[in-house]
Design a protein around this ligand. Sequence first.
Ligand SMILES: [Zn+2]
Length: 193
Amino acid sequence: MKILDYQNLVHPGLLHTVTKHHPLYSDLASEINILYVQEKDHCGIRIGMDQSANVTLTIHPIIRPSERDKYILYHEFGHIADRLNPYFGYNHEKRLNLSQAQEECFMQIWNVFIDARLHHHGLFRLPPGGEVDIVVDGTKYRLPRTEVSTYLLEASAHLSQRGIRKPGALVTGIWNYPTRFLTFEDLLAPLSY
Ligand SMILES: [Zn+2]
């Protein structure tokens, strides 16, 4: 893996550690061709990969990595780990055919699946502070971001707003059984398409 980080956003040693020793894929670094690192914009943190195994990580500058920063890197590379895992069965063509709401639901469910496994490996970290407003059944609740229950409720609320039925059971089921491996198709199954 060759790193191209022109703005020096993330220490290369940290990128090597996360990709060499990722809990969801034994040696991600050897599968990645070029890793491009670019600064986060209004679209937020994300990761992508092309057909030549070139990966683009879009992220905030990480000078002195906090535990939360390290978790974020493990999370983003978790998407790459799953895409490279033949058992996951990632299908990019199928994904491109999803509606915007379906894509958002798919990403939400995939994020919880990645976080559940990182939590199982002791790498998941909640934000260090802050509050979030979540609407459940028409009632708005202001909840601390520092609780797992808030994290799970926020994921459920996003799915509920996009028409997923019984999102709470779906999200807690994934969270509570991190060793049950789900495939790309399993993650799409709750979506009506
Ligand atoms: Zn994600």
